[in-house]
Design a binder for this molecule. Structure first.
Ligand SMILES: C[S@@+](CC[C@H](N)C(=O)[O-])C[C@H]1O[C@@H](n2cnc3c(N)ncnc32)[C@H](O)[C@@H]1O
Length: 273
């Protein structure tokens, strides 16, 4: 074991594992208890989905009653929450086993207007202008080419339709590595060489972040994508710990502290920019 491995492990040992719920999910997933994992994952998404719907209803109540796309829907917890306020909710994800679980919940929840589609392509399998709103919650940082997907959100939205998006933590944040259970330490991914970090997390040392579905999305890169997207910004919030709130305005430094990005974006109607 090299010097960095031992330093990285010692550093991790200074932090207590937070997020017991995440630790349970990781354990169920890694030990192959798929049904139990999916049930716990769905329950987590469904609880969180209630908060997401409440948040975006306060920010953009106009999305109610329309046809909604839930991009990166996982096991469908949020999709069912959306369906309660939509004419139809369509969940899309790349993982068929999660979608099978999602579809099987319709009867239990008595929600007939949610359906699920599996697609791994950056070209969404939907017609132009066919949705009133698109939800993209905690997914954009897992996309290799966020700009292509954002362009697709714009294509499938009707003119005047809204993209409701949040993600976090961005790559520069203390938890930008997204491994609360395996790597509870702050900024471990920026402080140590990747090989040492991967070993400390229990992965083969050559594992890349991209192989783990982490595409290192910063706030700056995300904002550039949105500026070039042709969407109009209706609401944007950068969540940051109160103790360091003024750093939100300091380029580069802000990347270390912004925990979440929340935005409401509108597809312009004909003739508006
Ligand atoms: C962190 S989960 C978020 C799930 C859900 N949106 C929520 O907030 O509870 C990210 C989801 O995005 C999905 N995903 C990743 N890349 C995707 C892609 N290219 N197209 C559709 N879904 C994708 C993953 O399979 C996973 O279910």
């Amino acid at each position: 074991m090299g010097l960095f491995d031992s330093l990285c492990r010692r550093y991790q040992s200074l932090f207590r594992a937070a997020h017991p719920e995440e630790a349970d999910l990781v354990e169920l997933h890694s030990t192959g208890q798929t049904e139990q994992f999916l049930a716990a994952y769905f329950a987590h998404e469904y609880r969180k989905g209630g908060d997401v719907v409440e948040r975006f209803t306060a920010l953009a109540p106009g999305w109610h009653g329309g046809r909604a796309l839930d991009f990166g829907c996982g096991a469908g917890g949020l999709t069912y929450r959306i369906a309660a306020h939509a004419r139809e909710a369509v969940g899309i994800d790349i993982e068929q086993y999660k979608l099978d679980f999602a579809a099987a919940q319709a009867e239990r929840l008595n929600v007939p207007n949610a359906r699920f589609v599996c697609s791994a392509s950056a070209a969404l399998p939907f017609a132009d202008d066919s949705f009133d709103c698109v939800f993209c919650i905690d997914v954009v940082e897992h996309l290799p080419t966020p700009e292509k997907f954002v362009a697709e959100f714009r294509r499938v939205l009707r003119p005047g339709g809204q993209l409701l998006l949040s993600f976090g933590p961005p790559w520069g944040h203390a938890h930008g590595k997204h491994m609360w259970a395996k790597l509870p330490g702050w900024w471990t991914h920026l402080l140590f060489p990747r090989r040492a970090v991967m070993r400390a997390a229990g992965f083969p040392p050559h594992t890349t972040w991209e192989e783990l579905g982490i595409h290192r999305l910063t706030v700056g890169r995300f904002e550039r994508v949105m500026r070039r997207s042709g969407f109009r910004v209706e609401y944007r919030r950068l969540l940051i710990n109160k103790a360091v709130a003024p750093l939100r305005f300091v380029p580069l430094l802000r990347e270390l502290f912004i925990a979440e990005v929340v935005g409401v974006y509108r597809k312009p109607t004909e003739g508006t920019a």
